[in-house]
Structure formats: structure tokens, C-alpha cells
Design a protein around this ligand. Sequence first.
Ligand SMILES: NC(=O)c1ccc[n+]([C@@H]2O[C@H](COP(=O)([O-])OP(=O)(O)OC[C@H]3O[C@@H](n4cnc5c(N)ncnc54)[C@H](O)[C@@H]3O)[C@@H](O)[C@H]2O)c1
Length: 279
Amino acid sequence: MDPASGTAVVTGAASGIGLGLVRACVAEGMSVVMSDIDGGRLEEAASALRAEGGSVWAHPCDVRDLSEVHALQRAATEHGGPVDLLFNNAGVGLARPVPQCSHADWRLLLEVNVQGVINGIQTFLPAMIEQGRGHICSTASLSGLAGDPDLVAYSGTKFAVVGIMEGLAIEMRRDHPGISCSVLCPGPVATDLMATSSKNLVDSGGQPSAEGRRAAEVADYLARGMDPDEVGRLALAGIGAGDFWLLPHPDMTFEILDPRYEAMKRGRLHVDADWVLPR
Ligand SMILES: NC(=O)c1ccc[n+]([C@@H]2O[C@H](COP(=O)([O-])OP(=O)(O)OC[C@H]3O[C@@H](n4cnc5c(N)ncnc54)[C@H](O)[C@@H]3O)[C@@H](O)[C@H]2O)c1
């Protein structure tokens, strides 16, 4: 796929990695339809990019709602023509031991991180197949490649994204070779993921659920992470090179995965002391 041509759609584009992906696409000369559940922050981000000469449109959408994702696809096609590149990037995080996760929290994570990705695929893939070309990239996480304590619900949803994208990529290679896929699995990136997510978390009684110490620790850990614009540039370069696995933190990734696979061959659980954040 040649990212230098055509129109891209990015969900969760009002901030963080999504905005980094938008900036990388704009730098390559693409037109971008930016989408996010937060219409106010989305319009602000889009206006700033337009002021710099970027060819961007803003279309708010909650990825949990299939009809809103359909409306996004129609608006994107209207503005920019056929969509060549879809980034299913919108996501929410939750850092909390399992006994403290409410049913509503699990549901929110599944609906945004998994159903949101499925809605993107179901909506945009048919037109890509019809036009004979396209690329779908979904944002998973390093937590989607190895289970993470206190990020269990999050990690589970990101494993689902990895499995969906890997299977889809193979299916497309076999049945529709013009369509390619990738999965973005970053380690820590300096975004406000924990703060933006906590706005959406509710307890089992439907009340906003207080974020605990663990979320603050994870937010602090992310703040020392990679610049989201750098993640956007690396992702786009990987897509241009034909990569499936987009791994902005390769050293960290294989420090975790290599011993995990060795332990797996012996049927053992791998527990990395550095990986379990200090409590
Ligand atoms: N920050 C990290 O360290 C990190 C690491 C690995 C993966 N990720 C993943 O990267 C993606 C982007 O997160 P980020 O870190 O840039 O955080 P972020 O909070 O800056 O971006 C997430 C965006 O998604 C939007 N969003 C939330 N729910 C939505 C919904 N239902 N519909 C549409 N938009 C919605 C939010 O408004 C926000 O703008 C997420 O999928 C996240 O899981 C982040």
C-alpha cells in the first residue's frame, strides 16, 4: 500500500496516537477524515491542522455505534472519495485489579476496543474489496501480545484486536490481495489515555467510578513514553514498507515476548519482574 496517495480515516483522532497518525498522513500529502467521540476536541485539533495547510475534515462518531460508523464512511467518501486507509485507533484504558473491575467497565472496554474495531472493519472493508485496494490498521498494544497484571480487561481486548487483525490479514492475502492489514502494538506512549478513558468509566450502579492509585501510576508511566507523533511516523513508514506488525518499541517487545515463548514451550507462566510495574 502506498500511503502517499488517497484518503485516510482515523478514529480516536482528537488526541494522542490518533492525532499522531493524522499528522503523519498529512505530512505524506494524504487527505484525512478525523473522527472521535469528543466532537469539541476533534474540531479544535482539525482546525489547528487546517491552519497549517492540512487537508482534513472532522466527523464526530462513537465507534461503538454501527450506524454512526456507517455515517462516518458515507461522510468520508463524500469529502475525500474512496477510502484507502482506515485506522481503527479509538480506545479506552483501565488499570485496576480484576476484583475491582465492574461489569460496566468490562463492557465499555469490549464495546470500544473490540466492537469498535469490528464496526470499522465491517463498514469500510466491503468498499475496499469493491475498489480492489485498501489498508486497515488497528491499534492494539504491547498488552495485546502478553498478559498484563492490573490491565487484564484492557489486555484481553487488545489480544482480541491482534487475533482479528492477524486472521483478517491472512484471509485478505488469500482472497483479496489488493487489501492489506496491519496491527499497531505500541508500548508506553505519552498520551492522556488514562484521563480521557476515566471520563467514560462507571461503577456497577452507573455512577462515574473513581480511578485508583494504579491508574495514576500507569498514567505516570505513559507520560514518560514515546512521542505520539513518532508513533504515527513509524506506523505509516511500516505500512508503506508492507509490514503487518507495527512495533514502535521493538526492544521492549522482544524482551517480553522471547522469554514468554520460551516459557510457553515448557508450559510455564512467564512473569517478568520489570514488566510487573512496582506497586
Ligand atoms: N498511550 C499508550 O501508551 C498506548 C499504548 C498502546 C496502545 N494504545 C492505544 O492507542 C489508542 C489511542 O490511545 P491514546 O493513548 O492516543 O489515548 P487518547 O486518550 O489520547 O486517545 C484515544 C481517543 O479515543 C477517543 N475515544 C474514546 N472512546 C471512543 C469511542 N467510543 N468512539 C470514538 N472515539 C473514542 C477518545 O476521545 C480519545 O480522543 C488506543 O486504542 C489505546 O488503547 C495506547
